[in-house]
Every structure is written in C-alpha cells, then in structure tokens.
Write a protein that binds this ligand. Structure first.
Ligand code: ADP
Length: 436
C-alpha cells in the first residue's frame, strides 16, 4: 500500500510560484487519508479563489496517480480563513477586506474599486463595495443609482443589493445634501458605517477610501482588520516621493500595501494595437526601490469612464483581479513571519525565521538607500554622497512594512529609507562574499 511519506514526497515537487516554496513545506496539504488504493486530501490555499487553484489540483492529481498502488485520487480545494475576526458582528462573515486607496484624488481610485467589485462578482465571488468618501461619495454616480434602497432592521443597515453585489455609500444616506462635518463627526459616521452594516457572508469587501491618509483612514484601520490596501496611482502623478510617503503612512496605521495599480498608464489608438505609454514605459522602480509590486497597468479608455451598470469583463480587468487575489494570498502567507531586525552600533542584523542571521554594515546600508532623496527620481542617479555619511551612522528605529520591506530611521536624521527584503538579501550576500 502507498505510504503517506511517498505522497508527500510526490506533492513536494509542486512549487507555489508566488511563495517560492513547495506546497508540502507551506502546510497546504491537509486531511490526508489513504484507504487501500484510494487517496484523498485537501489543498488549503492562502486565499479564496486563487487563480493557481486548478494548476495545483491537476498537478497534484497527476503526481499522486503516478505512484505505485494508487488508483483513485480525490482532492478538495479549500482556502484558509485569514482574517482573525476581531471585528464587529457586521463583518464577522466577511473573508477578505481590501482598501482601495490613493495618495491623491482623481487618479481613478473609485473607478478601480468599482471595476474590482464587478470583476470579482463575474468570477463568482460574493462581493461588497463600501464607499467611505463622505465629502464626495462616488458609488451612486458610478453605478447610475438614483434611488437608494437602504433599509434599517434591528439597528443594522441593510446594504443595497445590486445585481447580487452589496453596496453601501454615504451617498445613499445623505442624498444630494452636502456633507458639512467636522473631524470627530466624520470619525463617528465612519465607525457607524463600519460596524452597523449587515454585510452577511462575503468573500471580498472592497472599501473605496477617501484620498490621502488622514483621520478617516486611521479610523478605518483602528476599527476593522484589513487584508491590506491596493494603491491606485497614475504615471503623471506617480511621484516616487508621494508613493513612498503613502506606503509609509498606510503602514503606520497598520495597513499593509498589497500592490500598486497604475491607472491611465497608456492608450491604444484606433488605428493600431500598439500600447502607447504616454508618461514613459512600464518601470519596475517601485518594486526595486520599495519592494512593492505594480500589479496592473490600466489604459486610458473612454469605456472606463462610463457608468458600471452595463459592466462587461475584459482580459485586463480579469488579470487585475487574479493578480490581486494572488497578492492577498502572498501577503497572508508571509505576514506572520517578518524578519527580526536588530539595529547595532556598527551594523544591522536581520534574521528570517529558520535561517542564519545576515549582517550588513550600517554605512553600507545607509549608502544603498534608494529613496527619492538619495537617488534622482528621473535619472536614477545616486545623489547621496558616500563621503557625507557619518562614520558612526546607526539605525534608530526599524519598522517592518508588511511582508516586503523594512523602513529604517537613521541617526543622520534620514527617515525615508525603505529596504525591500530582497535588497537586504542581495546586499548581505555581497557582504559575506567579499574578502574581510
Ligand atoms: P478618484 O476616485 O481617484 O478620485 P475616479 O475614479 O473618480 O478617481 O476617476 C476620475 C475620473 O477619471 C472619472 O471621470 C473617471 O471616469 C475617469 N477615469 C478613471 N480611470 C480611467 C481610465 N482608465 N480611462 C479613462 N477615464 C478614467
């Protein structure tokens, strides 16, 4: 009879392309039962509806069936419950909450949030969309909703059912009347909206955040547990300084950045299929400098400015949704184990769980800062002069940023250094290879 070890060995040949580890090491295989020549088990992925689901299943089935003594293989695909529900009752059956945010207004954040809601619904997920912009609610306009159908039951607000999706917006409550509110009132309203809407069972709730990172964002992050924020930006307003500031601000209010969507990045003209990148080609600078990935480039397209009541899926939107699901999964898998970062007088020691500590000299690490103050934003040339770095430079505070980077505040007063973990690994490899 086939043994458990043989099955696990076979399955360990499957690597998760996002997490770069095999699915056995990642603990995805559950409830393995061998009954004569029949084998059954479940593969528990990190996020609901992972686009890699079918690939894992087909591959696992093939590998286990190849083993001697196996005739039947039964695999159940499941997803981990990631959110530890410390939320109010209104969100207790919501699997993922994703904030759609931007550093500035007018970059297409609400359009992207609406696109995500429609696209996820197309893919068969139970979806909710919460518009938290008190001063300019956009959900009613985006979906051409003239009449809201919000009802109250037992002190709870029942969201509007829109083609199977659940919608809630201040616009439904305020109507056309302008919102004249001061700080504490705003926080109170937001809290109420987050805790008294009966969402019921949802796979994904998208929160369309107001632009920037102020009181409202803070209230949201303190009231509910988010999976993270998707940051929407445009190339024209994509100043690295702003994006870096945005990432740091979200992290400070404990919202990890899941990725960046670059909206209105290019256009495709009528007479050719070429993608014209108006503000410069796709660049990987966000990933290189801050460890955060650009998960989608979206074209300028007049169809995208039309109301969503006649939404039609397309490959760009479908890929955007798939990339986001994968980012959520990656984030959930890695979020529990950020490395330990020790700041010493002469060096920084970084230890990833189960790995040998790596060391980088303070001066070298400070010198390799890629922030917009140390590297020219447009030319990519280093502006920081090595000789200007004090010999006794040392880190004063290290703050882990989600699962992708650490921010270090230096003794020379420099506070905008963000070091992607992959950069730290590369730097430490160079350090340990070089003769001492
Ligand atoms: P924000 O929420 O960031 O303030 P909106 O989503 O309201 O921005 O978008 C601002 C304007 O740009 C809207 O008129 C919207 O229809 C339009 N828009 C957004 N994305 C695109 C796009 N990719 N192509 C064309 N128009 C767009």
């Amino acid at each position: 009879m086939v043994q458990k070890e043989d099955i696990l060995k076979a399955l360990s040949q499957i690597e998760d392309p996002d997490l770069h580890k095999d699915i056995v090491t990642l603990g995805f295989i559950k409830e393995l039962v061998i009954d004569g020549s029949s084998v059954s088990f479940s593969i528990e992925l990190t996020t609901a509806g992972c686009p890699l689901k079918n690939m894992f299943k087909t591959e696992a089935e093939r590998l286990v069936k190849e083993l001697d003594g196996v005739e039947k293989v039964h695999i159940v695909m499941t997803a981990r419950q990631n959110r530890i529900s410390n939320d109010s009752d209104s969100l207790k059956n919501v699997k993922h909450v994703i904030a759609v945010a931007s550093a500035k207004g007018g970059v297409g954040k609400s359009t992207v949030a609406a696109t995500l809601a429609c696209e996820f619904a197309e893919k068969g997920f139970k979806v909710g969309l919460l518009d938290t912009d008190l001063f300019g609610p956009s959900l009613p306009t985006l979906f051409n909703i003239r009449e809201s159908k919000i009802v109250q039951r037992d002190n709870m607000l029942i969201p509007m059912d829109y083609k199977g999706m659940k919608f809630m917006s201040f616009g439904f409550l305020l109507g056309d009347s302008p919102a004249i509110m001061r700080g504490p009132m705003v926080s109170g309203y937001i809290q109420q909206l987050l805790t008294t809407v009966e969402w019921g069972e949802l796979d994904y709730l998208f929160i369309d955040m107001p632009p920037g990172t102020g009181d409202i964002q803070l209230t949201i992050s303190q009231t509910i547990k988010l999976d993270g924020a998707l940051i929407v930006t445009t190339r024209s307003s994509l100043s690295l300084v702003d994006v870096a500031r945005g990432i740091l601000m979200f992290e400070k209010v404990q919202i990890p950045a899941l990725g960046v969507v670059e909206n209105m990045a290019y256009f495709v003209c009528d007479n050719c299929d070429k993608e014209h990148y108006i503000f410069g080609e796709k660049k990987s600078e966000l990933s290189d400098r801050f460890g955060i990935e650009t998960i989608a480039h979206i074209p300028v397209d007049s169809n995208r400015a039309k109301p969503f009541d006649k939404y039609e899926s397309n490959s760009i939107n479908s890929d955007l949704a798939d990339s986001l699901i994968r980012q959520v999964g990656k984030n959930a898998a890695a979020a529990t184990t950020p490395p330990d970062v020790k700041l010493m007088t002469d060096r920084v020691i970084i230890t990833w769980e189960g790995e040998t500590p790596v060391e980088i000299e303070n001066k070298e690490l400070r010198d390799s800062c890629k922030c917009a103050l140390c590297v020219d934003e447009y030319s990519g040339e280093k502006t920081l002069k090595t000789e200007d770095i004090p010999e006794d430079i040392h880190g004063q505070e290290a703050v882990p940023l989600g699962n992708y980077a650490v921010s270090i505040q230096w003794s020379d007063g420099h506070t905008s250094s963000i070091y992607p973990y992959k950069t730290l690994k590369a730097l430490s490899a160079v350090t340990s290879d070089s003769p001492s």
